[in-house]
Design a protein around this ligand. Structure first.
Ligand code: GRG
Length: 303
């Protein structure tokens, strides 16, 4: 994948960052296990379906970003847990739904059969909705967040899923994606389908951390551009990645950045959007090392 022109972090810094990332990942997963539980034996299969997708090797990028922003703003970890977990639950719900035959008809996800191929379309649809709605409950039932923060976070999480976010992006993707797609339609799709949840991952932490408007705007610019770079890289992996590393069927996406611009120009776009993301966080100089590290990790990903 493309190499980035700004200096990569020192190797020891990257190692420390990766170790931190691993620790946060363990924290996210142990909290998810406490927050998504089933107490009704009749629902065992439904929860098997939910857990199948929730613990199938996702990178946990969105909650990681939420924790990085929270740490930068000095927010105590326990105040971020419910929002970070809710973000991952929403993301996972969207992947289950996206793979359904009447949506993107995905057969392999994270190297394993898609949820509906294991549990059936009916169960997969319910697992997606069940996980999505549980995400809001998790924030509303948070034992430490003040009520005004809960309301603001839930509002953002609702907005990002609806027609102003994932649903809108998915609709346009399903109905307008083809080989004749233009740049502004593609931008609409990826802003709403992918970048919007990155942005919300930062804004939820910004809300909890009482961030100023200037800080929030900078984080939104960072996350929006990083989300775009992430999606273009997704298209590049689809076009020329290794199927075993990527973990899904390749050359399936029609009308993505690679179709519109070709591989070389798409690689340049990844770098350009990453550069914009990095520029946006220059105002946090001295405390933005993890935001920079996240860019490097996402740029060099193989899946
Ligand atoms: C039910 C929440 C919900 C939404 C309905 C189906 C839908 C609307 C939206 C689909 C949005 C979608 C699947 C966008 C793709 C975003 C993307 C690039 C996913 C891959 O993210 P990674 O690489 O995945 O972070 P892992 O596997 O690491 O978790």
């Amino acid at each position: 994948m493309p190499s980035h022109k700004s200096e990569p972090a020192e190797e020891h810094e990257m190692e420390a960052f990766l170790a931190h990332f691993k620790g946060t990942r363990a924290l996210i997963e142990s909290n998810l296990k406490q927050l998504v539980v089933n107490n009704e034996p009749l629902l065992d299969v439904l929860f098997k379906a939910i857990n199948y997708s929730l613990y199938s090797g996702g990178k946990r990028v969105r909650p990681q970003f939420c924790f990085i922003v929270g740490e930068m703003l000095g927010v105590p970890e326990e105040q971020l847990i419910s929002s970070a977990c809710a973000l991952e639950m929403i993301h996972t719900a969207s992947l289950i739904m996206d793979d359904l035959p009447h949506m993107d008809d995905g057969k392999i996800r994270r190297g394993k059969p898609a949820n509906h191929l294991v549990f059936g379309q009916d169960v997969a649809a319910l697992a997606s909705i069940g996980l999505l709605t549980r995400a809001y409950e998790v924030v509303l039932n948070d034992p430490v967040l003040p009520d005004d923060k809960k309301i603001a976070v839930v509002g953002k999480l609702a907005n990002v899923v609806g027609s102003d976010g994932l649903v809108g992006g998915q609709f346009v993707d399903l109905k307008y994606s083809d080989d004749t797609m233009d740049h502004s339609t593609l931008e609409y799709i990826h802003m709403n389908k992918t970048a919007s949840l990155f942005v919300t991952s930062g804004t939820t932490a910004a809300i909890i951390g009482n961030a100023t408007m200037e800080t929030t705007r900078a984080l939104e610019a960072y996350a929006g551009n990083l989300g775009f770079a992430f999606q273009i890289l997704d298209d590049l992996l689809d076009a020329s990645g290794n199927p075993r590393e990527v973990g899904k069927e390749l050359q399936k996406d029609k009308g993505g950045f690679v179709t519109l611009y070709g591989i070389e120009k798409s690689r340049q776009l990844v770098l350009a959007y990453t550069e914009k993301a990095l520029n946006a966080i220059k105002i946090f100089d001295g405390r933005n090392d993890k935001l920079i590290g996240l860019c490097h990790i996402l740029l060099n990903r193989k899946s």
